[in-house]
Design a protein around this ligand. Structure first.
Ligand code: FAD
Length: 533
């Protein structure tokens, strides 16, 4: 019936926020009653997303926060455990629902869910409204503008965006007035069966050492804190941030973007305001807006590439005969490689669920083309389980990048598991924090403790090979060998390798070039000064 106000279930899947939430706003504007619902479908979450303990904690914290924030506005969050189709079927009937609203997502498992809901709507007679709120643009517009296919290089992607213009502005924050008209039955929020479960209800270990707490409130606090530092925001240059600082040297906001506790559009426009007030500011690909555009880029390519999270059947990915070696994979995963820099990073990942981008580079390169020659899919799965920001598109996209399977082509540049970390943390403070067993080693041995004389090992209270493993591989030999393998693969599959190739896309390369040219100009100046004196 046209123009009759709806009785709506707003289904949260990501988008756990009350700022810039276009779908929830549309639900409230078109309804006389809105039931804000999260269906906690454990089977779905485990099979589609392989959620590890820290991710569970982050999700439950985010739901609790959403519940508190909705209650403040006079509404509630109804968390219902069970299989999502059955839950919907039941509650549509029970509450006389005429509309289901949900954010449109690009992951195949969420698309499949939306299709099921559409079919259910046809059968049960409710409308389905889905709008995009998780990305800067409606990704379909980017694809259309590029002739129906995804732009496969960042440069081409930026060109398409320049034709499209700026993303839509964020929508206004939701208020008590928005919810006043649309309250579900007052007894509902009190119902015990709708509360957010505790970790122990789900048999998840109770303790989490992660300093990241889930939810919109915490996300907004962190965001505001960063935005106060306008100089830092304006000059942000990704390759110059430090992978082994003891506190994040980048924003650390990814877990909040990943679950939609924060809106990328709001962040984008807050950055634009700061840029507008600065004389100079950094630019994509290395600026902070550039980082959001990398996110958008991977979402766009993932949305229209078959088998994006796999090698087989993925048209942009090199087909590589990776080794299958469960024992080596296990050592990498469990921080037992014998390379302190790699093991410290994997320990931080286990304990906190977040690691710096360049730290991700280091461990991903080590697992794949650098040392172990193990498939990027294996590494991606470990990250998927452990990262708080685990994300279908970004995770797979970056793993393809690091393994030089797609997007990245400077494959001769292999990170050294000893020298990489030393550059920014010569004393090894980061290693000492995450690998306390090595804490008493002198700095000169901290990155390669197996080279320390026996006496030094005894004094450090840690015998290598006994208290901490010997290196699992000879880096020089392995990386030389792998380089030859990679060269061969790329020659054989030249066509695939070219699909995503644009060397200008590589932020590290740009950073290095800039550093080199700055260094050269300094050297030039010093030489000229010497000549003058
Ligand atoms: P900032 O530098 O502050 O950037 C701001 C935001 O931009 C991030 O929060 C993120 O949303 C986005 N962003 C930054 N770098 C990238 C990038 N390279 N690609 C796409 N988006 C980016 N990021 C995820 O969010 N989820 C993942 O599952 C994920 N897996 C990765 C796997 C590997 C092997 C690598 C190398 C990188 C991966 N990244 C992933 C990308 C990147 O490392 C993180 O987004 C970033 O480190 C998060 O920290 P931050 O919020 O401080 O980033």
């Amino acid at each position: 019936m046209p123009n009759m106000p709806h009785r709506t279930i707003h289904l949260f899947r990501k988008g756990f926020r009350l700022h810039d939430n276009p779908t929830l706003l549309a639900a409230l504007e078109s309804s006389e009653v809105v039931y804000p619902v999260y269906i906690l479908d454990r089977k779905f979450l485990m099979s589609a997303m392989n959620m590890g303990t820290l991710r569970w904690h982050f999700l439950l914290q985010s739901l609790e926060d959403l519940q508190r924030n909705l209650t403040k506005l006079g509404s509630c969050l109804l968390v219902i455990q069970g299989e999502y189709e059955l839950v919907l079927r039941d509650h549509v009937k029970k509450w006389n629902i005429t509309q289901v609203t949900l954010d449109a997502e690009i992951e195949p498992f969420y698309k499949e869910m939306e299709r099921t809901i559409q079919v259910l709507g046809g059968e049960m007679g409710f409308d389905v409204l889905s709008l995009m709120g998780h990305t800067l643009y409606d990704i379909r517009r980017i694809l259309d503008m590029n002739g129906g296919t995804p732009p496969l290089t960042y440069k081409r992607f930026l060109h398409i965006l320049s034709v499209l213009g700026d993303p839509d502005m964020p929508v206004r924050n939701l208020t008590t007035e928005d919810f006043q008209r649309c309250k579900p039955a007052p007894e509902l929020p009190l119902a015990e069966c709708y509360r957010v479960p505790l970790p122990e209800d789900l048999e998840i270990p109770r303790d989490s050492q992660s300093p990241w707490r889930g939810g919109e409130t915490e996300g907004l606090q962190r965001l505001e804190q960063h935005l106060k530092n306008q100089g830092w925001i304006a000059n942000f240059t990704k390759p110059k941030t430090i992978p082994n600082s003891l506190l994040p040297s980048t924003t650390g906001l990814s877990p909040y973007f990943s679950l939609g506790c924060l809106s990328v559009r709001s962040f984008f426009y807050r950055l634009s305001n700061i840029y507008a007030q600065s004389k100079n500011h950094s630019l994509p690909p290395v600026s902070l807006q550039g980082q959001l555009l990398w996110r958008e880029f991977f979402y766009t390519v993932a949305s229209a590439t078959p088998n994006f999270t796999k090698m087989a059947g993925n048209p942009i990915c090199l087909q590589i005969n990776w080794y299958q070696d469960a024992e080596r994979l296990h050592k990498w995963r469990m921080a037992q490689t014998g390379f302190p820099w790699i093991d410290a990073i994997m320990t931080q990942l286990h304990q906190e669920g977040w690691i710096h981008h360049l730290a991700r580079h280091a461990v991903a390169c080590f697992l794949t083309r650098g040392d172990l020659w193990i498939s990027w899919e294996e590494g991606m799965k470990v990250f998927e389980e452990m990262l708080l920001d685990a994300d279908y598109s970004i995770n797979a996209g970056n793993w393809m990048w690091l393994s030089a399977s797609a997007f990245f082509h400077q494959y001769t540049r292999i990170f050294c598991p000893v020298r990489f970390g030393k550059r920014t943390d010569p004393e090894g403070q980061y290693i000492r924090k995450y690998l306390p067993v090595l804490t008493n080693f002198p700095s000169k041995y901290i990155y390669e403790p197996w080279t320390a004389p026996e006496e030094a090992q005894k004094q450090a209270g840690c015998i290598i090979g006994q208290d901490y493993p010997l290196p699992m591989i000879n880096h020089k030999e392995a990386s030389d060998h792998n380089l030859q393998l990679m060269k061969q693969v790329r020659e054989e599959q030249y066509g695939t390798a070219q699909l995503t190739r644009d060397d200008m896309d590589d932020p590290m390369e740009m950073g290095l070039k800039r550093e080199r040219s700055e260094e050269n100009s300094k050297k030039g100046k010093r030489a000229r000064n010497r000549e003058q004196t």
